[in-house]
Write a protein that binds this ligand. Structure first.
Ligand code: RTP
Ligand code: MG
Length: 158
């Protein structure tokens, strides 16, 4: 898979199906822009179970994995390539702790506190580090000039 260059200035953000389905996408984008991010790319799509399992492969085998895959495939989501110096950390700071109940206790101004529900339905995703950001950006925004491989090739051939 061709990886995009990522010098620390870009991250992948997802507005997950709970927040997207509840109509919070616009509010979340407004908060994102207000925090100084640039939205370089944006797409709305619904993940298949196969794609959700691939995206969250690091969690395969954990007790919450089936619930996570069900949640992430439950409706459309919005993927964004966000730019800002130190984007990975800045976006994770803005979205807050993984569990929205914890976020409400410890960081009430965070996006997960305001728009998430619990430890699974938590409104947003953020890449964990620059390497993950490169891989995840390539997952949602593959370079059209790159040689198609794997699923992309299959989708193109269909
Ligand atoms: P994300 O990858 O979505 O940005 O979330 P994160 O880094 O803050 O947390 P991570 O450990 O990577 O977990 C990925 C997603 O799995 C769901 N989860 N459920 N019920 C549970 O114990 C549990 N733990 C994690 C959440 O949707 C979490 O964002
Ligand atoms: Mg994670």
């Amino acid at each position: 898979m061709a990886l995009q260059l990522n010098s620390g200035g870009a991250t992948l953000a997802l507005i997950k199906p709970d927040a997207f389905g509840a109509g919070h996408a616009n509010d979340i984008v407004q908060l994102t822009l207000k925090a100084g991010f640039t939205v370089h790319s944006q797409r709305t799509m619904q993940l298949t179970p196969e794609l959700a399992e691939e995206f969250y492969a690091e969690h395969k085998g954990k007790h919450f994995f089936p619930i996570l895959v069900d949640f992430m495939t439950s409706g459309p989501l919005c993927a964004m390539k966000l730019g800002k110096p130190g984007a990975v950390k800045a976006w994770r700071d803005l979205i807050g702790p993984t569990n929205s109940n914890v976020a409400r206790d410890t960081k009430p101004e965070s996006i997960r506190a305001m728009y998430g529900t619990d430890g699974t339905k938590n409104a947003t995703h953020g890449s964990a580090n620059d390497g993950d950001a490169s891989r995840e950006l390539d997952f949602f925004f593959p370079d059209p000039a790159a040689t198609p491989t794997g699923k992309q090739a299959a989708a193109d051939a269909a």
